[in-house]
Design a protein. Structure first.
Length: 127
């Protein structure tokens, strides 16, 4: 879902990261609107806001893509994709994602995070 955040330019730099803006909203230091509500706000004759920055944030940005599937991938392993439509590709991608999460994801995640030097939380150091 996309939201429009309004955050004060006296407190935040224009290019502050999205996480800081969202945290500011959670702490009451910024405002968040749906696109429809923001449109209502700016169409009000009294709207004149030069004291704030405005940013559209897609809240799904907290997810990071791991992989993707293309017809070329199927062809590479010997399959004929000439009759494979998008619905079949989406179903195959979903099943591959499920398989990856069930078999590899949770085992690989901490190993790779450790190799990258990502620190653990203090309360999880003994895990």
């Amino acid at each position: 879902m996309k939201y429009i955040y309004v955050y004060p330019n006296e407190k935040f730099e224009k290019n502050v990261d999205n996480e800081t803006i969202i945290r500011a909203w959670e702490e009451g230091e910024a405002e968040r609107y749906t696109p429809e509500k923001f449109t209502e706000l700016i169409n009000d004759d009294d709207f004149c806001d030069v004291a704030n920055w405005i940013r559209v944030i897609d809240e799904d940005e907290s997810y990071f893509e791991i992989s993707c599937l293309h017809r070329y991938d199927l062809e590479y392993v010997g399959y004929d994709t000439s009759q494979v439509d998008n619905s079949v590709m989406k179903k195959l991608a979903s099943k591959l994602g499920d398989d990856y999460c069930e078999q590899l994801f949770w085992n690989s995640l901490p190993i790779i995070a450790d190799c990258m030097g990502i620190p653990k939380r203090e309360d999880d150091k003994n895990i």
